[in-house]
Design a protein around this ligand. Structure first.
Ligand SMILES: C[S@@+](CC[C@H](N)C(=O)[O-])C[C@H]1O[C@@H](n2cnc3c(N)ncnc32)[C@H](O)[C@@H]1O
Length: 251
């Protein structure tokens, strides 16, 4: 019987953050596609397996390697950085394998960043929406950070090599100068570091070389939620609303 390829959310780096189902599939797989630092962070889980760096191959070669594995009747695991839902360049491979492909969700870097900051991204009266975006990448899509900043919602930016002055200029189209900004490097990895700043101070606060280096993993989070406190009466309002709804149903 032909094997399957499982696209497993590998999380932000720490293997303790993979889902139990993903870990079980990884344990059973003979072939694993492990991009970037996963070869190191998952080292003990990859021992004795055929481990491929997916970005070493062009598309046709890569799917041929996976096809050969599935044709032998073996399963393969593709460790997807973070979670498939955001900025995952694997859609064409999932589509190629169709019914032979399955996806297991994972912890996105932005979930791990929220945990590291101990901050939710929405608070009543501060921001009810979260914009997840990234500066222009190899897709060539137009940058829309200036336009998006006008919503003044919480913004999560998966950063590549945009200079900090340019980023600040675009964000300043919408956000006030005193808007809190967090830069989080290497979430869940040994070098994890959090820099808290304000939009007007960000260019002075960051190490420009490190910020521009696309090999340095970082997220930028912008918005009032980073510093706001939640009015505890919202808890009581939620409880009262729920109690009223249940009482109405019982009538
Ligand atoms: C191609 S995207 C992958 C996003 C992934 N699908 C997710 O759910 O987090 C790669 C970008 O994610 C961010 N990233 C990935 N791992 C990270 C980490 N451990 N710490 C901070 N940022 C990370 C960086 O912005 C990096 O440029």
């Amino acid at each position: 019987m032909r094997g399957k390829i499982y696209f497993v959310g590998g999380g932000p780096g720490d293997p303790a953050l993979i889902a139990m189902r993903g870990m079980e599939l990884l344990r059973r797989a003979k072939t694993v596609l492990a991009p970037g630092f996963f070869k190191d962070t998952y080292k003990e889980h990859l021992a004795g397996k055929e481990v491929l760096e997916p970005f070493d191959y062009h598309h046709a070669e890569l799917v041929a390697r996976i096809d050969a594995c599935l044709d032998r009747g073996d399963d393969a695991v593709f460790l997807v950085p973070g979670d498939l839902a955001v900025f995952s360049p694997v859609q064409s491979i999932i589509d190629y394998f169709g019914e032979s492909a399955e996806v297991v969700p994972g912890v996105s870097t932005m979930n791990a960043a929220s945990a590291a900051l101990k901050r939710t991204f929405d608070l009543p009266g501060v921001s009810h929406s979260t914009i997840v975006t990234s500066p222009k990448t190899i897709t060539g899509s137009p940058d829309s950070i200036s336009d998006l900043s006008r919503h003044r919602s919480t913004m999560v930016l998966f950063m590549n090599n945009k200079p900090v002055e340019e980023l600040v200029a675009e964000l300043s189209e919408g956000y006030a100068p005193d808007t809190p900004v967090a830069v989080i490097y290497n979430v869940s990895l040994p070098g994890q570091e959090i820099l808290m700043s304000r939009l007007s101070a960000l260019a002075a606060d960051v190490d420009h070389g490190r910020f521009r280096d696309e090999d340095v993993f970082k997220l930028v989070i912008v918005g009032g939620v980073l510093a706001a406190t939640e009015d505890p009466s919202w808890w009581d309002r939620r409880k009262d609303t729920r109690d009223a709804r249940h009482a109405a149903k019982k009538k």
